[in-house]
Design a protein around this ligand. Structure first.
Ligand SMILES: *Cc1c(COP(=O)(O)O)cnc(C)c1O
Length: 396
């Protein structure tokens, strides 16, 4: 029994729910009524599994990182979500949601994106299914993630800039919600993480849960034991972490390590470490921990990584952290860059900047020498080469 499962109103403990404007009520209600039933249908499962296998390239390998393990004096496996088609875990969710959208008869898809990975994954499945795709992206992110903007355009998606606030992920999300309110009948909003009103956090976690499902049988094969001592994942909204934790949520033998972006440092005012700096509030339709002023104004988040600078976290993670089930670690830009370089040169794998935060946690977390750790390698770093080159040049 999954005691951490969401309840029927979409709550994990006191976090979650569906705080939505009246205009969106029919859409969200429609989704809420059908998502579990549809996901359990045989035809849906067959289509989903076939696409994950033949189009995405699953199962992704669980790789024993020998040189990294030697360096830290512990056994480290990498769950290679970077090897998915489009280069990150995001596609697991967009495949699931596009199949749902088709079943609901929706002809138009909208999405928000930060680093552009979710935008690319959405543009990809829209091209695959031949439907219209509009991706909202903060103007700042459009600048710093140019390769992904080009990929979305190549795939036929329209990228619309969000020019309000910090011009990043939060603002793109606001724009997408505004679009949905204006186009409630023909449009499905593919949210890219375990955030937003119920049922999104649960639905996205279920689509991503393939990550820990595969991990279990792969660990069994590699180590003779179908669970690790700890799962480490970076948390923006928390979808790769949710997928990597999912089948271990109620297994107290498995430590869950959630790694957030500290930006320039927790105390600098330029950070995105929501679990440390956040207080309870409502953002984008759900009650969760978020960075806000005493009178409830959102504090603009900052991280070098466009996929982690979100002022909230998914309600599942707020619950896991508040209840002590998950341990939160925050990692600065500098430490993440260092870790990206280290992983590249120890294992020949260039991680996404987001993912690099998870690796930096290996520096500060505690473990025993005979532990088995799994790091969710959420995505590859091609999109971040410009930031990496800047770092290399400065180091000289
Ligand atoms: C989007 C992204 C993240 C952050 O999103 P989550 O929902 O927290 O997983 C992390 N890593 C990569 C590679 C991403 O593209």
């Amino acid at each position: 029994m999954n005691t951490i499962a969401v309840d029927q109103h979409g709550y994990y403990g006191r976090f979650g729910g569906a705080y939505i404007p009246e205009m969106l009520y029919p859409n969200v209600e429609e989704l809420r009524n059908c998502y579990l039933e549809m996901m359990q249908e045989e035809q849906f499962q067959r289509d989903f599994q076939n696409l994950l296998r033949d189009y995405v390239g699953r199962p992704t390998p669980l790789y024993l990182a020998k040189r990294l393990s030697e360096h830290y004096g512990v056994t480290i496996y990498l769950k290679r979500e970077d090897l998915n088609h489009t280069g990150a875990h995001k596609i697991n969710n967009t495949i699931g949601q596009i199949l749902l959208a088709q079943r609901l008869g929706k002809k138009r898809i909208i999405a928000e994106t930060g680093a552009g990975q979710h935008g690319v994954a959405t543009a990809t499945v829209c091209a695959l299914m031949g439907v219209e795709c509009i991706v909202y992206m903060g103007a700042v992110d459009i600048e710093r993630q140019a390769p992904n903007v080009a990929r979305m355009r190549m795939l036929g998606a329209e990228v619309r800039p969000a020019n309000s606030g910090s011009k990043t992920l939060k603002d793109a999300t606001n724009e997408a919600i505004r679009d949905w309110i204006n186009n409630p009948t023909d449009t499905h909003y593919i949210i890219g993480s375990v955030v937003g009103p119920h049922p999104y956090p649960d639905m996205v976690a279920r689509f991503q849960s393939v990550i820990s499902e595969e991990m279990r049988s792969q660990l069994e094969e590699h180590t003779g034991r179908d669970y690790p001592d700890a799962v480490i994942a970076c948390v923006g909204g928390g979808s790769n972490a949710a997928g990597a934790y999912y089948h271990f949520l109620n297994d107290e033998r498995v430590r869950l390590i959630a790694v957030e972006a500290a930006g320039l440092g927790i105390d600098t005012g330029e950070s995105a470490a929501t679990s440390v700096l956040g207080t309870e509030g409502i953002i984008h339709g759900s009650r969760t921990l978020l960075m806000q002023t005493d009178d409830g104004q959102i504090i603009e988040p900052y991280s070098i990584s466009a996929g982690l600078d979100y002022p909230g976290i998914g309600p599942l993670h707020a619950h896991l952290i508040a209840s002590g089930r998950a341990e939160a670690i925050s990692v600065t830009d500098e430490k993440a860059l260092e870790s990206a370089l280290h992983l590249s040169r120890t294992e020949g794998i260039i991680p996404a900047l987001e993912t690099a935060h998870a690796f930096a946690a290996l520096e500060t977390m505690e473990y025993n020498a005979d532990d088995v750790l799994v790091v969710c390698l959420s995505g590859r770093g091609d999109k971040d080469l410009e930031a990496f080159m800047k770092y290399l040049d400065q180091k000289k």
